[in-house]
Design a protein around this ligand. Sequence first.
Ligand code: NDP
Length: 402
Amino acid sequence: MGSILIIGAGAAGSVVAKKCAMNREVFQKIHLASRTLEKCRKVKEECVSDITISQVDADDTAQVFRLIEKEKPDVVVNMALPYQDLPIMDACLATGVSYLDTANYEPKDEARFSYTWQWAYQDRFRDKGIMAVLGCGFDPGVISIYCAYAQKNLLDEIHTIDIIDCNDGSHGKAFATNFNPEINIREVTQRGKYWKEGQWIEVDPLSIACMIDYPLVGPRKSYLIYHEEEESLVKNIKGLKQIRFWMTFSDNYIKHLEVLQNVGMTRIDPVMYNGVEIIPLQFLKHLLPEPSSLAENYTGKTSIGCILKGVKAGRQASYIIFNVCDHAECSRELKAQAVSYTTGVPAMTGAMMMLKGLWVGKGVFNVEELPPEPFLDEVARQGLPWQAIELGPEAYQELAEL
Ligand code: NDP
C-alpha cells in the first residue's frame, strides 16, 4: 500500500519499525534511519520481515531532504526527539511528503514545549497539499483520540477532563526514565500548569498531588504536571471548562530527581568542564540507562486513561476511557517495555491511517481533529485494547473536588 520512513531508532522508534514489519500489507517499504547506525542494525535484526536502514542527523534539514529524495516515502514518522520536529517538517515541505510525530517541538536551550511552532506550518502544509499529524503517541495521542471519541459518541458536552497516567511497573534499576531521559527530566522539572475557565493556572513543580484509583492497578499517588495535549484539547474539545494531567512518580524517582536538581545535574545551560563546554543534563542522559534497555525483567503494568465529565441528554454524566498494558507482554512480543510500546504502536497505527486514506487532509492536524473510530479499532487490534465505562455520580469525587 505504501512506504514509510521512520527517523529515530530508540525505544519507541524501534517499536514503530517492528510493528510496521508485522503489517507488510500496509507498509510495503520500511526504511529506518537514526543518528547511530548500529542501533538501526539491531532493530533490523529483530524485525520479523526485512527493512532497510541508514544513518542520518535529523538536526540537519539538508540530510533529511536527501534521505527523503532517495527513499521516496509516502510518510515520514519522527521518532527521534522533539528538537528534530521542525527540521524534519521543513524537509517534508521541501519534498512534498506527509509527516507524523509523537511529541511537540521544544527548543534545546529552553525547557518549554508548545504546539505554536508547529501550528505555524499550517498554511505551508495546506498549500503544499500535504498533511502533518502531531502528537500520535499515547499521551498525546491515544488519549486525545479517546477525548475526540467521547465528544462524538458519549457526551453532548464535555466540561472537565482529567488525564490519568500511571506506570505501575518496576524495572529494577536505582533510577531510570521510561523515555528519553533528557526530554523526561525537562518535562517533569517544569512548573505545573492546568487550564480552568479560560485561563492557564501555574503551580510549583510537583506541588499538587492526590491519590487516584487506576483501572486494574488501584490507588496510586499522582502529581499534577503540565502536558502538551492540554494545549490542543482546550482548542478542540468544545465547551471544555477544565483540563488537568496527572502522573504517578514513585518516591524513589522523586528522591533521585530532587538530588539531581539540587546538585545542578538537570541544568540545561552550558558549563565549562576541563576546558570543554558541557550541558549537565545531556551528560546525565549519557550516564543513565537507555529506555530501550529496560524491557528485560520489567514487571507490572501501565494504566493510562481519561475521566471525562459533562452532560448527556440533559443530565450529568461521566466516563472513564483507558488502556492497561503489561510490560512483560510487550517484552515478549517486541523486546520493548510498555511505555515505548504504548508510544510506538499508536504512531504506527497513525501512519497506517494515513497510508490507508482513513486520515486525509491538507495542513497541520492534532490527532483529535481526525476520525477517531478507525484509529481506535485498529490500535486495539495492534495490541492496545481500550474500554469506555460510564461512571456513577460518586466516582472520582475526591479528584473533582481538588
Ligand atoms: P530514545 O532516546 O530511546 O530514542 C531517541 C532516538 O532518536 C535515539 O535513537 C537517538 O539516536 C535518535 N536521535 C536523537 N537525535 C537525533 C538526530 N539529530 N538525528 C537522528 N536521530 C536522532 O527516546 P524514546 O524512544 O523514548 O522517545 C522518542 C520520542 O518519543 C521522544 O520525542 C519522546 O518525547 C516521544 N515520546 C512520546 C510519548 C507519547 O506518548 N506521546 C511517550 C514517550 C515518548 P542516538 O541513539 O544516537 O541517541
